[in-house]
Design a protein. Structure first.
Length: 66
């Protein structure tokens, strides 16, 4: 599991754009699947692809390190 705390530079972005920037080797189709099946969460809750992240939010990614 990887956790990211959102700072000022990453605030007010869509969740999918943040993940693309943070984990560039993760294919987009797999990223969308992980969001759908709740392996990527914001503040411990399910999030949509278009969710805007704010300062202090915690993005948890339950993905393999491959």
């Amino acid at each position: 599991m990887k956790s990211f705390i959102i700072n000022k530079n990453d605030a007010n972005q869509r969740l999918d754009k943040f993940i693309n920037k943070t984990v560039p080797l993760l294919p987009k189709t797999l990223m969308y699947k992980y969001i759908r099946i709740k392996r990527i969460k914001v503040n411990g809750k399910r999030a949509d692809i278009s969710t805007r992240i704010n300062i202090g939010d915690v993005v948890d990614m339950y993905i393999n390190d491959e």
